[in-house]
Design a protein around this ligand. Structure first.
Ligand code: NDP
Length: 267
Protein backbone atom coordinates (compact mmCIF):
# COMPACT_ATOMS: atom_id res chain seq x y z
CA UNK A 1 0.00 0.00 0.00
CA UNK A 2 1.62 3.27 -1.11
CA UNK A 3 1.50 6.49 0.88
CA UNK A 4 -0.96 8.07 -1.59
CA UNK A 5 -2.64 4.94 -2.97
CA UNK A 6 -6.07 5.56 -4.43
CA UNK A 7 -5.51 9.28 -4.87
CA UNK A 8 -5.55 11.27 -8.11
CA UNK A 9 -3.03 14.10 -8.51
CA UNK A 10 -2.30 16.90 -10.95
CA UNK A 11 1.29 18.16 -11.03
CA UNK A 12 1.98 21.28 -13.10
CA UNK A 13 5.36 21.96 -14.67
CA UNK A 14 5.90 18.20 -14.53
CA UNK A 15 8.21 17.88 -17.54
CA UNK A 16 11.37 18.54 -15.57
CA UNK A 17 12.94 19.61 -12.30
CA UNK A 18 10.88 19.63 -9.11
CA UNK A 19 7.65 18.85 -10.98
CA UNK A 20 9.09 15.71 -12.58
CA UNK A 21 10.50 14.47 -9.26
CA UNK A 22 7.16 15.14 -7.54
CA UNK A 23 5.11 13.38 -10.22
CA UNK A 24 7.41 10.34 -10.03
CA UNK A 25 7.29 10.24 -6.21
CA UNK A 26 3.48 10.45 -6.14
CA UNK A 27 3.15 7.73 -8.79
CA UNK A 28 5.67 5.51 -6.99
CA UNK A 29 3.54 5.78 -3.84
CA UNK A 30 0.35 4.79 -5.64
CA UNK A 31 -1.26 7.98 -6.98
CA UNK A 32 -2.66 8.28 -10.48
CA UNK A 33 -0.91 11.36 -11.84
CA UNK A 34 -1.94 13.90 -14.46
CA UNK A 35 1.36 15.45 -15.53
CA UNK A 36 0.83 18.92 -17.02
CA UNK A 37 3.30 21.26 -18.69
CA UNK A 38 3.59 23.36 -21.79
CA UNK A 39 6.79 21.47 -22.65
CA UNK A 40 4.92 18.74 -24.55
CA UNK A 41 7.84 16.43 -25.50
CA UNK A 42 9.24 16.62 -21.96
CA UNK A 43 5.82 15.98 -20.39
CA UNK A 44 5.03 13.05 -22.69
CA UNK A 45 8.44 11.52 -21.93
CA UNK A 46 7.90 11.85 -18.17
CA UNK A 47 4.45 10.22 -18.30
CA UNK A 48 5.90 7.39 -20.42
CA UNK A 49 8.76 6.92 -17.91
CA UNK A 50 6.30 6.66 -15.02
CA UNK A 51 4.27 4.07 -16.94
CA UNK A 52 7.45 2.09 -17.70
CA UNK A 53 8.17 2.04 -13.97
CA UNK A 54 4.72 0.57 -13.34
CA UNK A 55 2.94 3.77 -12.29
CA UNK A 56 -0.19 5.37 -13.70
CA UNK A 57 0.28 8.74 -15.44
CA UNK A 58 -0.96 10.72 -18.40
CA UNK A 59 0.29 13.94 -19.90
CA UNK A 60 -1.92 16.96 -20.66
CA UNK A 61 -0.57 20.02 -22.45
CA UNK A 62 -1.28 22.97 -20.18
CA UNK A 63 -0.29 26.62 -19.95
CA UNK A 64 -0.95 27.39 -16.28
CA UNK A 65 -1.78 31.04 -17.04
CA UNK A 66 -4.87 29.99 -19.02
CA UNK A 67 -8.12 29.49 -17.08
CA UNK A 68 -9.66 27.57 -19.98
CA UNK A 69 -6.73 25.15 -19.91
CA UNK A 70 -7.11 24.70 -16.14
CA UNK A 71 -10.77 23.77 -16.74
CA UNK A 72 -9.59 21.20 -19.26
CA UNK A 73 -6.93 19.66 -17.00
CA UNK A 74 -9.25 19.13 -14.03
CA UNK A 75 -11.93 17.74 -16.39
CA UNK A 76 -9.40 15.26 -17.81
CA UNK A 77 -8.42 14.14 -14.28
CA UNK A 78 -12.06 13.54 -13.35
CA UNK A 79 -12.93 11.78 -16.59
CA UNK A 80 -9.84 9.60 -16.80
CA UNK A 81 -9.33 8.80 -13.12
CA UNK A 82 -12.76 9.43 -11.55
CA UNK A 83 -11.97 12.38 -9.26
CA UNK A 84 -9.22 14.58 -7.90
CA UNK A 85 -7.48 14.69 -4.50
CA UNK A 86 -4.12 16.46 -4.95
CA UNK A 87 -2.94 19.47 -6.97
CA UNK A 88 0.71 20.51 -6.95
CA UNK A 89 1.00 24.07 -8.27
CA UNK A 90 4.64 23.85 -9.30
CA UNK A 91 5.11 25.39 -12.78
CA UNK A 92 7.09 28.60 -12.63
CA UNK A 93 9.74 30.72 -14.23
CA UNK A 94 12.84 32.49 -12.94
CA UNK A 95 12.88 36.28 -12.57
CA UNK A 96 14.09 38.63 -15.27
CA UNK A 97 17.00 39.55 -12.97
CA UNK A 98 16.86 43.32 -13.31
CA UNK A 99 16.78 46.10 -10.72
CA UNK A 100 13.30 47.56 -10.15
CA UNK A 101 14.24 50.80 -11.90
CA UNK A 102 15.04 48.85 -15.09
CA UNK A 103 12.31 46.20 -14.95
CA UNK A 104 9.59 46.72 -17.56
CA UNK A 105 5.93 46.53 -16.60
CA UNK A 106 5.49 43.88 -19.29
CA UNK A 107 8.19 41.68 -17.77
CA UNK A 108 6.83 42.19 -14.23
CA UNK A 109 3.36 41.18 -15.43
CA UNK A 110 4.70 38.09 -17.21
CA UNK A 111 6.46 36.79 -14.08
CA UNK A 112 3.41 37.54 -11.94
CA UNK A 113 1.17 35.74 -14.46
CA UNK A 114 3.24 32.54 -14.54
CA UNK A 115 4.33 32.47 -10.88
CA UNK A 116 1.25 33.87 -9.08
CA UNK A 117 -1.87 34.10 -11.31
CA UNK A 118 -1.30 30.42 -12.15
CA UNK A 119 -1.44 29.45 -8.48
CA UNK A 120 -4.66 31.43 -7.98
CA UNK A 121 -6.18 29.60 -10.96
CA UNK A 122 -4.80 26.30 -9.71
CA UNK A 123 -6.28 26.80 -6.23
CA UNK A 124 -9.61 27.94 -7.66
CA UNK A 125 -10.09 24.94 -9.93
CA UNK A 126 -8.52 22.53 -7.48
CA UNK A 127 -10.92 23.55 -4.70
CA UNK A 128 -13.96 23.39 -7.01
CA UNK A 129 -13.02 19.92 -8.19
CA UNK A 130 -11.42 18.32 -5.11
CA UNK A 131 -14.39 19.28 -2.90
CA UNK A 132 -16.60 16.98 -5.00
CA UNK A 133 -14.21 14.08 -4.30
CA UNK A 134 -13.77 14.85 -0.60
CA UNK A 135 -17.58 15.04 -0.20
CA UNK A 136 -17.44 11.24 -0.46
CA UNK A 137 -15.11 11.01 2.58
CA UNK A 138 -11.71 11.25 0.84
CA UNK A 139 -9.09 13.81 1.85
CA UNK A 140 -7.63 16.50 -0.41
CA UNK A 141 -4.39 18.45 -0.51
CA UNK A 142 -3.20 21.46 -2.49
CA UNK A 143 0.53 22.12 -2.49
CA UNK A 144 1.84 25.43 -3.77
CA UNK A 145 5.53 25.68 -4.63
CA UNK A 146 6.71 29.08 -3.42
CA UNK A 147 10.39 29.74 -2.65
CA UNK A 148 12.68 31.10 0.02
CA UNK A 149 12.25 34.18 -2.17
CA UNK A 150 8.68 34.27 -0.87
CA UNK A 151 10.09 34.70 2.65
CA UNK A 152 13.07 37.02 2.20
CA UNK A 153 13.97 39.74 -0.26
CA UNK A 154 16.85 39.57 -2.75
CA UNK A 155 18.04 42.34 -5.08
CA UNK A 156 17.02 42.17 -8.74
CA UNK A 157 14.19 39.74 -8.10
CA UNK A 158 11.29 42.11 -7.37
CA UNK A 159 8.94 40.27 -9.74
CA UNK A 160 9.82 36.84 -8.31
CA UNK A 161 9.84 38.07 -4.67
CA UNK A 162 6.38 39.59 -5.16
CA UNK A 163 4.98 36.50 -6.89
CA UNK A 164 6.39 33.99 -4.41
CA UNK A 165 5.42 36.13 -1.40
CA UNK A 166 1.95 36.28 -2.90
CA UNK A 167 1.84 32.49 -3.16
CA UNK A 168 2.66 32.25 0.55
CA UNK A 169 -0.37 34.30 1.67
CA UNK A 170 -2.69 33.05 -1.08
CA UNK A 171 -1.98 29.59 0.37
CA UNK A 172 -2.96 30.63 3.89
CA UNK A 173 -6.17 32.25 2.62
CA UNK A 174 -7.09 29.11 0.66
CA UNK A 175 -6.34 26.93 3.69
CA UNK A 176 -8.65 29.02 5.89
CA UNK A 177 -11.41 29.05 3.28
CA UNK A 178 -11.27 25.27 2.84
CA UNK A 179 -11.20 24.60 6.57
CA UNK A 180 -14.00 27.08 7.18
CA UNK A 181 -16.17 25.52 4.49
CA UNK A 182 -15.53 22.02 5.84
CA UNK A 183 -14.12 20.75 2.54
CA UNK A 184 -11.39 18.49 4.03
CA UNK A 185 -8.82 20.03 1.70
CA UNK A 186 -5.51 21.10 3.24
CA UNK A 187 -3.49 23.83 1.51
CA UNK A 188 0.22 24.40 2.18
CA UNK A 189 3.20 26.09 0.57
CA UNK A 190 6.74 24.77 0.14
CA UNK A 191 9.70 27.16 0.18
CA UNK A 192 12.73 25.54 -1.45
CA UNK A 193 16.23 26.94 -1.28
CA UNK A 194 18.26 26.69 -4.49
CA UNK A 195 17.60 23.32 -6.11
CA UNK A 196 19.74 21.96 -8.92
CA UNK A 197 17.19 22.00 -11.78
CA UNK A 198 17.16 23.32 -15.35
CA UNK A 199 15.66 26.59 -14.01
CA UNK A 200 18.64 27.25 -11.75
CA UNK A 201 21.22 25.98 -14.27
CA UNK A 202 19.78 28.35 -16.91
CA UNK A 203 19.64 31.28 -14.48
CA UNK A 204 23.30 30.73 -13.56
CA UNK A 205 24.34 30.34 -17.21
CA UNK A 206 22.50 33.57 -18.07
CA UNK A 207 23.81 35.30 -14.94
CA UNK A 208 20.30 36.23 -13.84
CA UNK A 209 20.41 38.64 -10.93
CA UNK A 210 24.21 38.59 -10.73
CA UNK A 211 26.17 41.60 -9.65
CA UNK A 212 28.48 43.06 -12.30
CA UNK A 213 31.66 41.05 -12.76
CA UNK A 214 30.42 37.78 -11.26
CA UNK A 215 30.66 34.85 -13.70
CA UNK A 216 28.71 31.57 -13.65
CA UNK A 217 31.32 29.62 -11.64
CA UNK A 218 31.59 32.29 -8.96
CA UNK A 219 27.84 32.59 -8.98
CA UNK A 220 27.44 28.85 -8.29
CA UNK A 221 30.03 29.02 -5.49
CA UNK A 222 28.23 32.02 -4.01
CA UNK A 223 24.87 30.20 -4.12
CA UNK A 224 26.34 27.09 -2.49
CA UNK A 225 27.87 29.23 0.26
CA UNK A 226 24.42 30.62 1.11
CA UNK A 227 23.25 27.13 2.13
CA UNK A 228 24.77 26.11 5.49
CA UNK A 229 24.42 22.44 4.48
CA UNK A 230 27.11 23.22 1.88
CA UNK A 231 25.41 22.34 -1.40
CA UNK A 232 22.35 23.07 -3.50
CA UNK A 233 19.32 20.85 -2.99
CA UNK A 234 18.14 18.16 -5.40
CA UNK A 235 14.61 17.88 -6.77
CA UNK A 236 13.87 14.66 -4.87
CA UNK A 237 14.35 16.55 -1.59
CA UNK A 238 11.42 18.82 -2.51
CA UNK A 239 9.42 15.88 -3.87
CA UNK A 240 9.74 14.20 -0.45
CA UNK A 241 7.99 17.20 1.13
CA UNK A 242 5.36 17.20 -1.63
CA UNK A 243 4.70 13.54 -0.86
CA UNK A 244 4.36 14.19 2.89
CA UNK A 245 1.92 17.06 2.31
CA UNK A 246 -0.03 15.08 -0.30
CA UNK A 247 -0.41 12.05 1.97
CA UNK A 248 -2.69 11.74 4.98
CA UNK A 249 0.46 11.61 7.18
CA UNK A 250 0.21 15.43 7.23
CA UNK A 251 -3.49 15.43 8.21
CA UNK A 252 -3.08 18.23 10.82
CA UNK A 253 -0.94 20.48 8.58
CA UNK A 254 -2.72 23.30 6.76
CA UNK A 255 -1.90 26.92 6.01
CA UNK A 256 1.74 26.09 6.76
CA UNK A 257 4.93 27.24 5.04
CA UNK A 258 7.32 24.30 4.77
CA UNK A 259 10.90 25.51 4.37
CA UNK A 260 13.25 23.06 2.62
CA UNK A 261 16.37 25.12 2.12
CA UNK A 262 19.50 23.49 3.60
CA UNK A 263 19.45 26.16 6.32
CA UNK A 264 19.46 29.17 3.94
CA UNK A 265 16.90 31.16 5.93
CA UNK A 266 18.07 29.97 9.37
CA UNK A 267 20.49 32.86 9.79
P1 NDP B 1 12.15 24.07 -14.19
O1 NDP B 1 12.31 25.23 -15.12
O2 NDP B 1 13.25 23.09 -14.09
O3 NDP B 1 10.79 23.33 -14.53
C1 NDP B 1 9.59 24.09 -14.58
C2 NDP B 1 8.65 23.52 -15.62
O4 NDP B 1 7.50 24.39 -15.71
C3 NDP B 1 9.30 23.52 -17.03
O5 NDP B 1 8.99 22.33 -17.71
C4 NDP B 1 8.65 24.71 -17.69
O6 NDP B 1 8.61 24.60 -19.10
C5 NDP B 1 7.26 24.67 -17.08
N1 NDP B 1 6.53 25.92 -17.26
C6 NDP B 1 7.02 27.18 -17.26
N2 NDP B 1 6.04 28.05 -17.50
C7 NDP B 1 4.90 27.33 -17.68
C8 NDP B 1 3.56 27.66 -17.98
N3 NDP B 1 3.16 28.93 -18.18
N4 NDP B 1 2.64 26.67 -18.06
C9 NDP B 1 3.01 25.38 -17.89
N5 NDP B 1 4.28 25.00 -17.63
C10 NDP B 1 5.21 25.97 -17.51
O7 NDP B 1 11.85 24.70 -12.74
P2 NDP B 1 12.11 24.10 -11.28
O8 NDP B 1 11.78 22.68 -11.24
O9 NDP B 1 13.40 24.58 -10.81
O10 NDP B 1 11.02 24.96 -10.46
C11 NDP B 1 9.72 24.48 -10.19
C12 NDP B 1 9.06 25.44 -9.23
O11 NDP B 1 9.86 25.55 -8.05
C13 NDP B 1 8.91 26.87 -9.77
O12 NDP B 1 7.68 27.40 -9.33
C14 NDP B 1 10.06 27.59 -9.13
O13 NDP B 1 9.83 28.97 -8.99
C15 NDP B 1 10.11 26.90 -7.78
N6 NDP B 1 11.40 27.01 -7.11
C16 NDP B 1 12.52 26.51 -7.69
C17 NDP B 1 13.72 26.64 -7.04
C18 NDP B 1 14.98 26.12 -7.60
O14 NDP B 1 16.05 26.45 -7.04
N7 NDP B 1 14.98 25.34 -8.67
C19 NDP B 1 13.82 27.30 -5.72
C20 NDP B 1 12.57 27.77 -5.22
C21 NDP B 1 11.41 27.62 -5.88
P3 NDP B 1 9.82 25.29 -19.95
O15 NDP B 1 11.08 24.64 -19.50
O16 NDP B 1 9.44 24.97 -21.36
O17 NDP B 1 9.77 26.74 -19.59
Amino acid sequence: MGRVSGKVAIVTGAAKGIGAASAKALAREGAKVVCSDFDEPGGEALAAEIQRLGGEAIFVAHDVTSEAQWENVVAVAEKRFGGLHIVVNNAGIAPEGLPIEELSLESWRHTLAVDLDSVFLGCKHAIRTIKKTTATGAKGSIINISSIMGLIGWPHTADYNAAKGGVRLLTKCAALECAGAGYDIRVNSIHPGYIDTPLVRNAIANNVGAEDGIGPNERMEMLVSLHPIGRLGVADEIANMVLFLASDESSFVTGAEMVVDGGYTAR
